[in-house]
Design a protein. Structure first.
Length: 223
């Protein structure tokens, strides 16, 4: 489990129960009407922005976070979600700046460090991406997700041996995570380590994954 210093990041600002798009629009309308009466309410602006995000109204969400940050430059939730929103708008430089500013305030913040690493990877800043993900793993050595995220980045760069190591570390910390096990099995197949791949596939079956759904992977063991 992540250390207490890592904030469970502001679920309250996105604590909107899954709804249909029409229900979300109705909820957004109510939030917008309430905001007209209480324009200085940060909670209402976060709530409205949460609906905007779920409806993929990125610019409207960004406007709310801009409003909050103009008044409270160190508001952590607004920084985090504006970074996410800027990323969705392909404003990578602005997203990076928001993540970096948040990390200046909370250096061990897990989600922001991970977001920055993945953003750098997406933006083909591979050295910066690996620096950030390595720092994340060193800050959170008990986190399966940190190792798995690094493994995913290594897989994308075809660093398969390193990715296998990191998925193995992730699985040690989260032994029943079928996504991690399947990812490692796929890497074993790419590396022609078929006996290891079969062990992982059999392990998935033992964990309840129907064997027919893995038939394409099993077929590759017979090549």
């Amino acid at each position: 489990m992540r250390k207490a210093v890592v904030f469970l990041f502001f679920i309250t600002s996105l604590s909107v129960i899954a709804q249909s798009r029409q229900e979300l629009r109705d909820s957004l309308k109510v939030a917008t009407e309430r905001l007209a009466y209480y324009p200085d309410s940060i909670d209402l602006r976060l709530q409205k922005a949460a609906y905007n995000l779920q409806l993929e109204q990125w610019n409207f969400a960004k406007e709310e976070y801009d409003y909050i940050l103009n008044r409270y430059p160190n508001h952590l939730a607004a920084l985090f979600y504006r970074a996410y929103t800027n990323e969705r708008l392909y404003r990578y430089a602005f997203a990076r700046l928001d993540y970096e500013n948040l990390l200046l305030l909370v250096p061990a913040h897990f989600e922001s460090r991970l977001g920055l690493a993945l953003l750098n990877q997406k933006d083909k800043k591979y050295t910066e991406a690996m620096d950030q993900i390595n720092l994340l793993v060193s800050q959170h050595p008990d986190s399966a997700l940190a190792y798995a995220a690094r493994a995913g980045m290594e897989t994308e760069r075809e660093m398969f041996s390193l990715a296998i190591y990191d998925y193995t570390e992730a699985i040690k910390r989260d032994p029943k995570n079928t996504e991690y096990i399947l990812s490692r099995a796929d890497l074993y197949i790419r590396e022609r380590r078929f006996s290891d791949a079969k062990k992982d596939l059999d392990r998935l079956v033992a964990l309840g994954i129907p064997k027919p759904s893995l038939k394409d992977f099993y077929k590759q063991l017979k090549r």
